[in-house]
Design a protein. Structure first.
Lengths: 463, 60
């Protein structure tokens, strides 16, 4: 079997179960590729290669004797380094937690392991999922496999870069203001922020309690649905966990979009934050393609990105301040500058500001709910620009906030970002689909139709 | 935000060390906070509730 590194998780799992692929052979191929490419991409904070290979050998034996363990038996997965993996440090890419060894797996990791997935290691992130890309931390920032001079998005930067580069077929990330969808957008893969509370946050270092989500990053829509099937579900020990039914997210993947009502939120990229012309053109192409396949495309208006962004920041920075205040008081020099600046902002927000944001948030939730009664799914921009050069802090600072992802952290609705095309410079452009609460299956249905039409799952960086 | 107010709020928050070692970062953080607060609209209804709501008996 050639090009093992481009096998999807689904393909690898099927081949392993059918005994046409050895999990050891797959792991060896990926470890070789990591050894070759990671020095350039900085995906890993800690590669746990020996343990991963031992697990692959154990999987091979189990499968040989007819003891399959689940849908991902023998399939490698990368874990963002704010998510606990027992026995490994959860550093949050920060000097502050450099020796913070986890004593137990996060719930999402346990669920993946129960289905037989093998943890390859811990992945680069922006410091504490907020400060990056930074060059003043104990580890360098991850880079974009489409062009290593550019950033890969963040904060789940290693997750996005590693999946896109073929270092592993799937990864876990977290999303508080867009941190799964940003790397998915910048790296041309599929990233989902599930409905708030659908995936347990237990064992994940918090950034902002009411905005944090855990989500999957994969190269295909069907892998993403399968990963969500695995990690979703009620956790009575996570206070934010929803008691909603979970599962069967891939059941409608091939249904197409005929008759579906899709609301195009044009004002996000046309007037709120005018997008790069190539992004605008890519979004119009997605809308036109889905319309040509039977979707009913309508214009929808929501509150402005500026207001969504302000509410997101006030809540995020207030909650993050509550977490980081002791370290910011005692060890401010142990943070990188970007994280320090962003986390300190919470000290200048009052309790009244926080409550006002939480009250306005409820009104914004109602407005998005109202829109989603008119249509089945929303279509809008994710990033307004292709990813900038990583060594250009001014341009990175300018373009990073030019996005339409934070609204759905504020409202909690599920949102998926994926490739919409490539820029003239060969960098990924992106689109975002947003659904009703707990209706991730509809998102996957629309995303799969676009994937099939555009062949986004066949496009890989020439690295 | 005026420097004297930034200094006062930072000290009240216990950020003396950050203020001494990273005064520019503290000032940038204060400016960032002020900008975000300024861009937020007040709720349209004075009786508007915050989210998430308090729900007795549904905790751990």
């Amino acid at each position: 079997m050639s090009d093992l590194h481009w096998l999807t998780a689904t393909e690898a799992a099927r081949a392993i179960a059918a005994k046409t692929l050895s999990p050891v052979e797959l792991m060896s191929a990926l470890l070789d590729r990591i050894a070759r490419l990671d020095p350039k991409l900085n995906v890993f904070i800690r590669l746990d290669g020996d343990a991963a290979m031992a697990a692959a050998k154990a999987a091979e034996t189990e499968i040989a004797v007819g003891r399959p363990r689940g849908r991902f038996h023998g399939v490698p997965v990368g874990i963002k380094d704010i998510i606990d993996v027992a026995g490994l440090p959860t550093t949050c890419h920060s000097k502050i937690l450099v020796d913070n060894v986890a004593t137990a797996d996060a719930v999402c990791v346990t669920r993946l392991r129960t289905e037989g997935a093998i943890v390859l290691g811990k992945l680069s992130t922006h410091e504490f999922a907020i400060g990056g890309p930074s060059h003043d931390l104990p580890w360098p920032p991850a880079r974009n496999p489409w062009n290593a001079d550019h950033h890969p998005g963040g904060s789940s930067s290693g997750s996005g870069s590693g999946v896109a580069a073929g270092l592993f077929p799937m990864a876990l990330g977290s999303d508080t203001g867009g941190s799964v969808r940003n790397p998915a957008s910048a790296c041309g893969i599929v990233g989902l922020k599930p409905t708030y509370g659908l995936v347990s946050r237990r064992g994940v270092f918090p950034l902002s309690f009411t905005l944090d989500h855990v989500g999957p990053l994969t190269r295909t829509v069907s892998d993403n649905a399968l990963m969500l099937d695995t990690i979703a579900g009620h956790d009575p020990l996570d206070p934010g966990s929803a008691a909603a039914p979970a599962g069967h997210y891939a059941s409608g993947l091939e249904r197409g979009v005929r008759g579906l009502r899709i609301g195009f939120v044009r004002h996000f990229h046309e007037t709120d934050v005018p997008a790069d012309p190539e992004v605008t053109s890519a979004l119009e192409n997605v809308a036109h393609t889905l319309q040509s396949r039977g979707a009913d495309i309508r214009d929808i208006r929501l509150p402005t990105l500026e207001e969504f962004g302000a509410v997101n920041r006030v809540i995020l920075q207030s909650e993050a301040w509550a977490i980081h205040a002791p370290w910011l008081r005692e060890r401010p020099g142990d943070y990188g500058q970007l994280a320090r600046r962003r986390l300190l902002a919470g000290a200048f927000m009052s309790a009244g500001d926080y409550v006002q944001a939480a009250r306005r948030r409820l009104e914004m939730i109602a407005l998005v709910e109202e829109a989603l009664r008119e249509v089945d799914v929303l279509l809008c921009a994710s990033a307004m620009d292709p990813p900038s050069r990583i060594d250009d802090p001014v341009e990175t600072e300018r373009t990073y906030p030019r996005q339409a992802r934070t609204p759905f952290n504020v409202t909690g609705h599920p949102a998926l970002a994926m490739m919409a095309g490539l820029s003239s410079g060969g960098l990924p452009l992106s689109v975002q689909f947003v659904g009703r609460n707990f209706a991730e299956a509809s998102l996957f249905q629309v995303a799969r139709e676009w994937e099939r039409a555009a062949g986004t799952d066949e496009r890989h960086p020439a690295i | 935000m005026e420097q004297a107010i930034v200094d006062m709020l930072a000290k009240r928050a216990g950020l003396d060390k950050a203020l001494a070692e990273f005064p520019e970062d503290v000032a940038a953080a204060a400016e960032q906070a002020s900008r975000s607060i300024g861009r937020m609209k007040a709720p349209s209804d004075p009786r508007a509730e915050p989210w998430p709501p308090m729900k007795a008996g549904t905790g751990l």
